[in-house]
Design a binder for this molecule. Structure first.
Ligand SMILES: Nc1ncnc2c1ncn2[C@@H]1O[C@H](COP(=O)(O)OP(=O)(O)OP(=O)(O)O)[C@@H](O)[C@H]1O
Ligand SMILES: [Mg+2]
Length: 335
């Protein structure tokens, strides 16, 4: 990134907000200490990227970084993936199978969605953390292993402990240090830099020149709450790039109708929520302003910023139009 760009990147993590910078600082520190770590955060907030950043900045960086998604397997399959088995340990075990703990030896093992692991397997992970040993399925003697465990979850482990679904002793073992990846709605300043970063990535992947984003489309992206976080932003931009009729720009029109509808619904919800706090008159005023702003923006775009023509089109006086442009701070974008 250029020097005058106030945004910030570390490995593949991009952002500029203070909470994002704090997270990066923490990742840098945690990387230096060879302890287990727990990464929390909603879906799509960058937990896996954070785990990778820890590994690739740690003394183990030249060793393996192994990932397993604990929610993607049944209990028995997960066990054989993690620990492997010896020949003849069950029908069908024709040969010995290596487990991922073996593959991760001397490196880092990223246990994703650890909250979905069964209590029986949790006990086996605890053994690895406490004693550095595990049993292959069907084996009678333990195997020694040296791994750094980084676990991640989007669930509330304390709540799972209360419900008896997560072992408290394991929680303390993996939570030696914890990092939280904040949701995008708590760091909206990052939406713009992330958008530019993602558009650059998409262009690279498609081997096409990078597309810019129009101010109108950007304003909509900033409005959204992003329940699916950075992954949702990536998905929307992928679609928008495909559907943008303009060669070099992603405009409002290229955003998917489904996405625009979701943003609109959320705006209505927010207005309704605000109804408890502000008067009906105020809500009406905000709604009118929102519409007016949009209509004027469109009118100006249509008339190529000819104010006389635009005033005529909108059937208001030119003076009125100029006043409103100033009031709503409508500016001519670079496009
Ligand atoms: N700060 C960031 N900068 C750049 N890209 C990011 C950032 N955070 C997340 N991403 C991108 O968003 C997507 C989701 O990130 P990642 O898989 O790390 O999230 P996660 O928290 O593990 O999600 P899930 O809970 O769904 O597994 C990835 O494609 C990743 O590259
Ligand atoms: Mg993940």
């Amino acid at each position: 990134m250029s020097q005058d760009d106030p945004s910030f990147s570390f490995d593949r993590l991009v952002g500029k907000s203070q909470i994002f910078r704090d997270l990066i600082e923490k990742i840098k520190v945690v990387a230096q200490y060879d302890v287990a770590a727990l990464i929390t955060g909603e879906t799509g907030t960058g937990k896996e990227l954070a785990a990778r950043a820890i590994h690739y900045n740690s003394p183990r960086k030249d060793q393996e970084f192994v990932v397993i998604n604990c929610s993607a397997f049944s209990e028995s399959l997960l066990e054989s993936e993690l620990f492997g088995y010896v020949k003849g340990s069950f029908t069908g075990a024709m040969a010995e199978k290596k487990g991922l703990f073996e593959a991760a030896d001397k490196g880092t093992f990223f246990l994703d969605e650890i909250g979905d692991m069964s209590p029986a397997l949790q006990a086996k992970i605890l053994r690895v953390l406490q004693e550095g040993t595990y049993f292959k399925i069907g084996a009678t003697s333990p195997v020694k292993v040296n791994v750094r465990v980084i676990a991640a979850t989007n669930r509330d482990l304390r709540e799972l402990i209360r419900e008896g679904k997560f072992r408290e002793d394991l929680y303390y073992r993996i939570n030696v240090v914890s990092l939280h990846c904040p949701p995008l709605r708590e760091r909206k300043e990052d939406v713009e830099v992330l958008t530019r970063h993602i558009l650059a990535n998409i262009a690279k992947k498609n081997q096409e020149p990078k597309k810019e984003i129009s101010p109108g489309a950007m304003a909509i992206l900033k409005k959204h709450d992003w329940p699916g976080n950075v992954r949702e932003l990536e998905n929307e931009l992928e679609k928008a790039v495909i559907f943008s009729s303009e060669k070099k720009i992603v405009t409002e029109d290229s955003l998917s109708p489904d996405f625009l509808q979701r943003v609109q619904n959320r705006q209505t919800e927010l207005l309704e929520e605000a109804a408890g706090a502000v008067s009906l008159k105020e809500i009406k005023r905000q709604a009118v302003e929102q519409i007016e702003r949009k209509v004027i923006q469109r009118g100006l775009e249509k008339t190529n910023w000819n104010k006389t023509a635009c005033a005529k089109l909108l059937r208001i006086s030119r003076v009125d139009l100029i006043r409103k442009i100033a009031r709503y701070q409508i500016r001519k974008g670079p496009f």
